[in-house]
Write a protein that binds this ligand. Sequence first.
Ligand code: FMN
Length: 147
Amino acid sequence: MTSDENDRGGLHRLIYASRFTGPAQGFDEVLRAIIAKSIQSNRLDDVTGLLMAGEGRFLQLLEGPAKRVEAIYDRIAADPRHADLVRIYGGPAERRLFRDWNMGQHRLGAADHALLAEVGLNGFNPSALDAQAAETLLIAAGGRHRR
Ligand SMILES: Cc1cc2nc3c(=O)[nH]c(=O)nc-3n(C[C@H](O)[C@H](O)[C@H](O)COP(=O)(O)O)c2cc1C
């Protein structure tokens, strides 16, 4: 943990799931816009994370200084492009899981069924996950993008 994070109440992690509200054919374009905005904006707040998206659903992890993560989440929660937000975890974290990405993304594909099955999902319905399973899934998804 950096002293910067200490000053603002320690490293904080937040995980939530939500449902895309737009038409299916608009999903990828919205995802692109969200990622572009998030990379730019989260960098300024020293926030990192991963957004997993597919089947009209989102699963996102945000980590960084507590106040900043919660402020971003407040904005996200008010965004009409998604609904039915389920907060899976919000609390302290020992270390960053995605320190290299201000917002990484994983677009769910056909090859990901094994990934989902590992956490007991038959289809991408992340709002049913507990914190441990959500972290496991996000780490596995993020791992696909590392060499
Ligand atoms: C699924 C989803 C994830 C998002 N993730 C982020 C994020 O990590 N960081 C961020 O700044 N905005 C994120 N946004 C966008 C915010 O909801 C909001 O539109 C954006 O922060 C711009 O807010 P502003 O116009 O009030 O500055 C996300 C939106 C959605 C629908």
